[in-house]
Design a protein around this ligand. Structure first.
Ligand SMILES: Cc1cc2nc3c(=O)[nH]c(=O)nc-3n(C[C@H](O)[C@H](O)[C@H](O)COP(=O)(O)OP(=O)(O)OC[C@H]3O[C@@H](n4cnc5c(N)ncnc54)[C@H](O)[C@@H]3O)c2cc1C
Length: 633
């Protein structure tokens, strides 16, 4: 590490700040406190000390300053070794100064006050000490709050590896009370699938979701082996009033498939899939990813609309809409949903289809996971062969011509042609505008269509074209959106791409804080627009473009810069939006945006159906629809 980075980090890291004078003010007068009160006999820290080590400590002197104890938690901030010596010598009490400040400051002070044989520690040693302190404090159930420990471990540079993390988290109910272990044991005995509590092997991996920005620690993860396990998990959560999150592919941008201290109903193990050729449908369990569904159906020359990144889960994508390369020709994924099995909040299992429970069927086609947990999806399949795909690119300076050309082209493009626009860095430092086209059913006029796209910019960058099996097209963007990086997004819809709007996006792109950040637009319309808005709960049927600003980065210290970038570009683009937002690209952005995602009319009906199917709002970790007040219905 260079001197320069070390200095910058030292300034940023609160653990390395010099002790502030306020802390001294937060210390009480010296008072004698019983050793046993600070170091109970059954404390893991009371036993097992190396006698040699204790002797050395004793020799170092008993006349060191009083130890410091955090008042409200009674934790020893400074002087644990002196306390051990006192305990080993059988002394009844020890002089103490109480620290009256916040728990957080106590830990920072603790990390800073560490000494080695009376000498101040180097910064690296302080960092390591902070990590150890936080780890050992955290091992105790009565320790500081999960949030504090996590924040400070991060700030202190303590190892992020989960295997080394021992955090004081247990499964908690809504009031914050720990759920008794015997209840968890009873659940373990009932379900067939795996159950992961914090100290179970496999927990560290099981808790991970796609977005590395969201580092949450569920109290319990139930990886269901079948629909019956889902029923058990839901009943367990409602019986003990535990917040639950539902996870399938784990790709929720805002992390709605994981939850601190709550229960995750994990469906990733439900991988059943069957193509029914006679009925032309695929019956698929929610743990499948798009790549897996495509792989199976394409072998029969069939497909259903998916998304544009093949490692996305089918479940969340379907329940929010499903926008992908095939949506202009085949409609959204929800438009191709024929039926679903749903576990309701009561644990009752319902089949939802046009015939079986039409209200529920309507609601789950765009209403997300608000109404229950889907354990099986049935999709209508369509013939699908190889696609012709490639990129036509222009320079940012040609944005006015591109905007005009694109808008005119979009209005007349055949449904089979899918278009996505992205921005990128050209080798000479300029910004490029790339139009990815996918002709999902190549025909004689494919080349002519691509030529028309290339005409947009007077100075086109060389274009590409290839014939590619549909599942491979689905994987084109996979590595741009790799797992466990940090992501943050803003999304909106625009009716037409004006020169001004495109210029705004280009300006935004040029100010991005990370090379992993992206700006993209997807052409909608075609079959999406031909379905009546009231046919499903998905409301945004008007032609136009879905615009996605995606901040992507790897280091936690860059969180603020990248999230701010995304919000700022969104703010400058607001004047171009049609007001709509795709529910599957929404973060936790408040009630107003949730209503925009469902549409005001749909929201009203969804809210009434929520009152019918989930009046207690058990399924609330999502873009939440509040149950309508029955008195007003
Ligand atoms: C890399 C990436 C690419 C994407 N590309 C596209 C795209 O091209 N087109 C598109 O339309 N969207 C796209 N999205 C958005 C995507 O549709 C949503 O993130 C979707 O929620 C992911 O589904 P999942 O099962 O992986 O998510 P999860 O995180 O498992 O779940 C997401 C939400 O759905 C709920 N849920 C999950 N499973 C169930 C279930 N079985 N029953 C009830 N509720 C459930 C969860 O509770 C949560 O609220 C993309 C997202 C990412 C991260």
């Amino acid at each position: 590490m260079t001197q320069e980075t070390a200095t910058v980090e030292a300034e940023e890291n609160p653990v390395s700040r010099p002790p502030s004078p306020e802390w001294a003010l937060a210390l009480s007068e010296v008072v004698p406190v019983p050793v046993a009160a600070l170091l109970p006999a059954d404390s893991p820290r009371a036993g097992g000390e190396d006698p040699e080590h204790l002797r050395t400590l004793a020799e170092l002197g008993r006349d060191l300053p009083p130890i410091i104890v955090h008042r409200s938690s009674m934790r020893v901030i400074d002087g644990m070794h002196r306390l051990r010596v006192a305990a080993a010598e059988g002394r009844p009490d020890i002089p103490v100064r109480f620290f009256e400040g916040s728990e957080r400051d106590a830990f920072v002070l603790s990390a800073q006050s560490n000494t080695r044989h009376g000498l101040p520690l180097s910064r690296t040693e302080r960092m390591a000490a902070a990590g150890r302190i936080l780890g050992s404090h955290a091992a105790d159930v009565t320790g500081p709050s999960t949030k504090t420990v996590r924040a400070l471990r991060r700030e202190s540079g303590a190892p992020p590896s989960d295997e080394q993390e021992v955090l004081p988290m247990t499964l908690k109910d809504r009031s914050g009370q720990a759920v008794a272990p015997e209840h968890v044991d009873a659940l373990r005995a009932t379900v067939r699938g795996q159950v992961f509590a914090q100290d179970d092997e496999g927990y560290a991996r099981a808790r991970l979701v796609w977005n590395g920005y969201l580092n949450r620690h569920p109290g319990l993860i139930v990886r269901c082996a079948g629909a019956a396990d889902v029923v058990e998990a839901v009943r367990f959560a409602t019986r003990h009033d535990i917040r639950l999150a539902v996870r399938s592919g784990g790709h929720s941008y805002p992390g709605h498939s994981t939850i601190d201290d709550g229960l995750v109903v994990d469906l990733s193990g439900l991988k059943g899939i069957r193509v029914d050729l006679q009925r032309g449908v695929a019956i698929c369990e929610p743990g499948r990813l798009l790549a897996e569904l495509d792989d199976e159906t394409y072998r029969f020359g069939l497909a259903v609309t998916g998304g544009q990144v093949s490692h996305t889960g089918i479940a969340g994508l379907t329940l929010g809409g499903g926008i992908g390369w095939l949506c202009r020709s085949r409609g959204l994924t929800v438009d191709n949903l024929v039926a679903a099995d749903v576990v309701l909040a009561t644990g009752e299992v319902r089949r939802a289809s046009a015939e079986d429970d039409a209200d529920l069927f309507w609601a789950i086609r765009g209403g997300g996971g608000n109404f229950g947990i889907v354990t099986s999806f049935e999709y209508r399949l369509h013939p699908q062969g190889a696609c012709r795909t490639g990129i036509v690119a222009c320079r940012a300076g040609d944005h006015a011509a591109v905007a005009t050309g694109l808008s005119a082209f979009a209005a007349t493009a055949p449904d089979r042609l899918a278009l996505a626009v992205g921005l990128f860095d050209l080798e000479d430092g300029d910004t490029g505008i790339a139009i990815r086209y996918v002709d999902t059913a190549p025909a004689e006029d494919t080349d002519a269509l691509v030529d028309a796209l290339a005409d947009f910019g007077p100075e086109p960058v060389p274009r590409t074209s290839e014939t590619t099996p549909y599942p491979k097209v689905q994987q084109l963007a996979d590595s741009d959106m790799a797992h466990h990086r940090r992501y943050y997004t803003r999304s909106f819809m625009i009716e037409t791409v004006t020169a001004e709007a495109l210029a705004g996006l280009i300006d935004g792109f040029r100010t991005r804080k990370s090379e992993l950040s992206q700006i993209g637009m997807m052409l909608l319309g075609g079959q999406v627009a031909r379905v009546a808005p009231e046919a499903t709960a998905y409301p945004h049927r008007e032609p136009g473009f879905l615009v996605t600003l995606l901040g992507g980065w790897t280091e936690e210290r860059d969180d603020a810069a990248n999230t701010a970038w995304c919000r700022e570009v969104y703010d400058t683009m607001q004047r171009f939006t049609s007001g709509g937002v795709y529910v599957n690209e929404l973060l936790d952005e408040g009630e107003r945006r949730i209503v925009s995602a469902y549409g005001a009319d749909h929201y009203q009906r969804l809210s009434e159906l929520k009152a019918k199917y989930d009046p207690a709002n058990v399924f609330r970790v999502n873009q939440n629809i509040k149950p309508a007040d029955p008195a007003r219905a």
